[in-house]
Ligand binder design. Structure first.
Ligand SMILES: Nc1ncnc2c1ncn2[C@@H]1O[C@H](COP(=O)(O)OP(=O)(O)OP(=O)(O)O)[C@@H](O)[C@H]1O
Length: 289
């Protein structure tokens, strides 16, 4: 089984409010997806559909050909880990993971213990007594060690400090090489996580603005810098995301395919044409008017 995920014209409403509007995509097994979007864009709403917690209002969503909503055939194969309030969790880390091993069919306890050591989580400590960063690491370990064919991590990295996040990112890459699965990483930490993504899904106001391989998406952004008049003529007709000017030097961030011929023309005109980062594209494509 390859647990392909297919969304066709999915809508999700909370009463009259449309949280997701006409969303369609296919998720391929073995790829790492970066799910991006500003606050309230609909990321968690979309993930809760995939994780069987909610049902689409209209359209169709399937995992391995079946509707995942409260579906016992699908639920064991999809893991959804999110920031959790552990203030009432008296169990020790060890007991919590033993429980996970019992109920999660792909859970690998020896891998979990290896990660618990690496992330320096004490096995005998009650979870509510862990620091918030350690609780986040516990969530990340749970997601990795559960080895579900579809693994969803919704912002579980926020409370981790930078070295711990680095450790986690490295583990995602190594784990995808060892045991490929469909991994969906929802995040606001775009600049530091972009190297993990094979594919980008960008939600904006409940709509899917981008559904593209990472390389293709990022290659659509360019910065064009040079003397103001030459830049203006060169970028005329292109989608312009951002403009900066200092004296007569102007820099414009453009979005859209730029042919090799166009790049050569720019260079002949003395313009500097450079790449832009995923973070910059994310910020400027989702900017309010
Ligand atoms: N149970 C609910 N009832 C009503 N509206 C909801 C409910 N859950 C989410 N929403 C609304 O749906 C929209 C999308 O919320 P969602 O939590 O999916 O966004 P998000 O992209 O995950 O945001 P964030 O980055 O802030 O976590 C928001 O406007 C939110 O207020």
């Amino acid at each position: 089984m390859n647990f392909n995920v297919i969304a066709k014209n999915v809508n999700l409403k909370f009463n009259e409010f449309e949280a997701l509007k006409d969303i369609s995509f296919n998720l391929e097994y073995g790829k790492t997806y970066g799910l991006l979007g500003r606050n309230g864009a609909g990321k968690t709403s979309l993930l809760s559909l995939l994780a069987s917690y909610r049902e689409v209002t209209s359209g169709s969503l399937t995992v391995e050909g079946e509707n995942p909503f409260e579906n016992r055939n699908i639920m064991p194969h999809v893991g959804f880990v999110y920031e959790t309030d552990y203030s009432d969790e008296d169990e020790t880390v060890e007991k919590y993971f033993k429980f996970a091993e019992r109920y999660r069919p792909y859970f690998d306890m020896s891998y979990a213990v290896e990660l618990l050591n690496r992330f320096k989580l004490p096995l005998d400590k009650p979870i509510h007594k862990l620091s918030s960063g350690k609780q986040s690491a516990l969530n990340a370990i749970l997601g990795l060690a559960s080895r579900t064919p579809v693994t969803i991590l919704d912002e579980v990295y926020l409370a981790m400090d930078a070295p711990t996040r680095e450790l986690f990112y490295k583990e995602v890459i190594e784990e995808q090489a060892r045991n490929p699965r469909t991994m969906i990483l929802s995040t606001h930490l775009v600049s530091e996580m972009e190297y993990l993504f094979d594919h980008v899904l960008l939600l904006h106001d409940g709509k899917l603005l981008v559904d593209e391989p990472y390389d293709e998406f990022v290659s659509r952004g360019s910065s064009v810098t040079g003397s103001s008049k030459t830049v203006d003529t060169f970028v005329d007709g292109m989608q312009q995301l951002k403009t900066q000017q200092l004296g007569d030097t102007k820099s414009v961030m453009v979005y859209g395919e730029m042919s090799e011929g166009k790049v050569l023309e720019g260079q002949r005109l003395g313009l500097e044409i450079g790449p832009v980062s995923l973070q910059e594209l994310f910020i400027h494509l989702t900017e309010e008017e």
